[in-house]
Design a protein around this ligand. Sequence first.
Ligand code: NDP
Length: 309
Amino acid sequence: MIHNTVIVGSGPAGYTAAIYAARANMKPVLYTGHEPGGQLMITTEVENFPGYPNGIQGPEMMEDLRKQAERFDTKIVSDMITKVDFSGPVHKLWSESGEEIHAHTVIISTGASAKWLGIPSEEKLMNKGVSACAVCDGFFFRGMEVAVVGGGDSATEEASYLAKLCPKVHLLVRRDELRASKIMQERVLKADNIEIHWNTSTVEILGEEEVEGVKVINNKTNEESTIPVKGFFVAIGHTPNTAIFNDWLDQDDTGYLVVKPGTTLTNVEGVFASGDAQDRIYRQAITAAGTGCMAALDAERYLTEKGII
Ligand code: NDP
């Protein structure tokens, strides 16, 4: 059997693609992957997704999206796609459980994963003051002192964003220079309430039930000190979950899938990319959902043009 549309991934992009594809009678099959719901499953309150005036818990929102996709006849399979072959007109995919799947169109919505420091206190205090998204969680720390780790565009952007909400932002940079673009560097260097701690690494995040501070070490002098913060934002980069497509799809130098601007078209006919797997800049649930919708419409157009539906 050849499916019209197989969707790989179950974040806001994947479920939105499923809702649109199912309502267009494309009978989509969605493979959830190992982390059904994606990055929103590790978020607590989502307050910036339009339509929820009182906010909603990330996992609850993903459950709603899943139900909405199922309501319109999406087949949801709890399995992980581990290999693909996009060499022919019919695309082939293999799942972890050994299934071989054939599809006319594939919508990729495998997302990205935030990189973490890998220290135990980071995991212990996750969602209790530790976050990887200032736009998502910064609001909860307004009026409080916070720290941001990293020296790239993400970290400087998060620090600038938080500096509008917080009286003081400590930017912890492990070297004596920033990797960020010049304009972002200037922005943090000029801000009165952003203090850059050069050559500084995190030893431990302090607190039991919530973040109370961060213990840091100066890599040059080995001097340790404690900074009292309530929020700790890790912004050391994301890894797009695109490794299984390496042999087939164009990617940028950090692995994000490349799409034709303004569309979700990849370099392979019938393969469409949506969500964070192709977005290194915005990375929001609402933008992921938007590109999931676009991918379903692009796939529908492709299937119609080929006379498949
Ligand atoms: P980057 O890989 O560019 O930067 C990661 C930063 O984190 C570096 O400063 C790195 O330090 C630091 N870092 C990495 N690991 C650790 C660690 N274990 N402890 C402490 N610090 C660490 O990632 P970004 O997410 O910032 O950016 C990714 C890409 O996305 C870039 O190309 C960027 O330009 C782009 N981007 C663009 C934006 C925009 O245009 N608005 C917004 C955000 C990102 P070191 O420098 O020492 O390696």
